[in-house]
Write a protein that binds this ligand. Structure first.
Ligand SMILES: Nc1ncnc2c1ncn2[C@@H]1O[C@H](COP(=O)(O)OP(=O)(O)OP(=O)(O)O)[C@@H](O)[C@H]1O
Length: 231
C-alpha cells in the first residue's frame, strides 16, 4: 500500500522567482491524483518538491501504512547520455541484481527482464543502447523499471508523452493494476478525458493550488488553453 502525503504551506521560489505560492493539502493513500494546469504553472516543480529535488519551503510528510516502500519517478522527456555504453538489458539488470556485472546474474535475470519489458511492449529492444531509444521507448523503459521495483508510490510526469496508442493502452492497464493494488499515484496530465477516466482526485495548479477535489468538480473550473489554429 502506498503512503498518504501531507503538504503544509509548501512554497517554492527558484532564482528568487516565485513558482509556487504556499499551498496545503492532503494526498490520500492508494488513490490516483492528477496534477493539471497550464504550461509553466508549476506542476513539474511541485512534483520535484515532493521528490525532494527542489529546495522548497514548508513541510511535506509521507505516512506509510507499514514499512516505507519504494518510489518510482518517470520524469517528463527523460534523457540518457547518448554515449553511455549500456544496453536496455544492462539497465534493467542494475535494478534487479546486486551484482549486475556478474555473468550468472544476466542469465538468471533474463526471463524476468523479458517479462517486464513485454508489459510495456519493449521485449524486442533488449540489446539496444539507452542512447538509441526513442522518446516513447525511454518512457516505457522507466515505467518498466518502476514495475520491477514494486513501487508503491509513483510520480509520473506526463507519462503518455511520445507514446503510440498501443503503448498508451499498455501503460493505462498497468496504472489501473497499480491503483487496484493500493499504490499512491501522482500523474501530471494534459488530457482532461484521461483525468476524468482515471483520476480519483485532481489538483489544479497555477502558480499554487487553485482547486482540489473530485475531477468532475475541479474540471468545471478549468478550461485548458486551446491550441491556436495556424492561419
Ligand atoms: N531554475 C529556474 N529559475 C526560474 N524559473 C524557473 C526555473 N526552473 C523553472 N522555472 C519556471 O518555473 C515555472 C514552472 O515550471 P514547471 O516545469 O514546473 O511547469 P509545468 O507546469 O510543469 O509546465 P509544463 O506543462 O509546460 O510542463 C515555469 O515558468 C519555468 O519557466
Amino acid at each position: 500500500m502506498g503512503p498518504d502525503i501531507t503538504l503544509e504551506r509548501l512554497a517554492l521560489s527558484l532564482n528568487r522567482v516565485p513558482i509556487l505560492a504556499p499551498m496545503s493539502g492532503h494526498l490520500a493513500a492508494g488513490r490516483l491524483h492528477a496534477i493539471i494546469g497550464p504550461n509553466g504553472a508549476g506542476k513539474s516543480s511541485l512534483m520535484k518538491c515532493l521528490l525532494g529535488l527542489h529546495p522548497h519551503q514548508g513541510e511535506i510528510t509521507r505516512h506509510w501504512p507499514g514499512r516505507p516502500g519504494r518510489l518510482a519517478y518517470v520524469p517528463q522527456l527523460a534523457r540518457f547520455e547518448p554515449s553511455l555504453p549500456i544496453t536496455v538489458e544492462e539497465f534493467m539488470l542494475t535494478t534487479l541484481s546486486r551484482r549486475p556485472l556478474f555473468g550468472g546474474s544476466r542469465r538468471r535475470c533474463r526471463p524476468r527482464i523479458e517479462a517486464l519489458l513485454a508489459r510495456v511492449g519493449m521485449e524486442q529492444k533488449l540489446h539496444l543502447r539507452l542512447g538509441q531509444l526513442s522518446g516513447g521507448e525511454r518512457q516505457r523503459l522507466l515505467f518498466a523499471q518502476g514495475l520491477e521495483r514494486d513501487s508503491a508510490l509513483w510520480f509520473l510526469d506526463e507519462p503518455m508523452t511520445g507514446l503510440d496508442n498501443e503503448a498508451e493502452a499498455l501503460i493505462n492497464r498497468e496504472i489501473t493494476a497499480l491503483k487496484d493494488a493500493g499504490a499512491t499515484l501522482l500523474v501530471i496530465h494534459h488530457d482532461m478525458n484521461w483525468v476524468r477516466g482515471f483520476a480519483d482526485q485532481a489538483w489544479l495548479i497555477d502558480g499554487g493550488l487553485s482547486a482540489h477535489g473530485r475531477p468532475q468538480r475541479v474540471l468545471s473550473h478549468y478550461a485548458p488553453p486551446a491550441l491556436e489554429a495556424c492561419a
